[in-house]
Design a protein. Structure first.
Length: 146
């Protein structure tokens, strides 16, 4: 890859990041990507990574660490560049940043139907934990009716 740079997100990246997430089918109605970006900018913004190649945002990874486990969200690679090693580079970069903070383990969530992405993470050394993922919305990202 020519002139690839992995760096922290800046506000000027917003439109390109959302477009990338949409192209990668990561945007869901229950998660407003603009609100997710703002939340990350407000919390450990240095762990919100973008990959830029020749001035274009071609990848992202949103990492976090709360003192017990690290998390990866919004790992995205531009569809034409997928399977070319960029996802691994982003994960390596995120893992390094988490290790520097003393993080002992990384968790992430993948939809069970996304077999290709599960296989990608397995190639990186991730294994399925014997857990059930539970969630509870504290804030609705959807506009209220009325």
């Amino acid at each position: 890859m020519n002139s690839l740079v992995i760096r922290p997100y800046t506000t000027s990246d917003e439109t390109a990041v959302v477009a990338l997430w949409q192209a990668c089918d990561l945007v869901r109605p229950v998660n407003d990507p603009l609100k997710d970006i703002q939340r990350k900018v407000d919390t450990q913004p240095e762990l919100f990574l973008v990959a830029e190649q020749e001035g274009e945002i071609v990848g992202t990874a949103m990492a976090g660490y709360e003192g017990h486990r690290g998390w990866i969200n919004y790992l995205a690679v531009s569809p034409p560049l997928q399977k070319g090693g960029l996802g691994r580079q982003l994960m390596d970069h995120a893992e390094r940043l988490l290790r520097e903070r003393g993080c002992p383990k990384i968790n992430l969530q993948v939809r069970t139907s996304n077999r290709g992405v599960i296989a990608f993470y397995e190639r990186l050394g991730f294994v399925q934990d014997d857990v059930v993922s539970l969630g509870k919305r504290l804030v609705s990202d959807q506009p209220s009716a009325g």
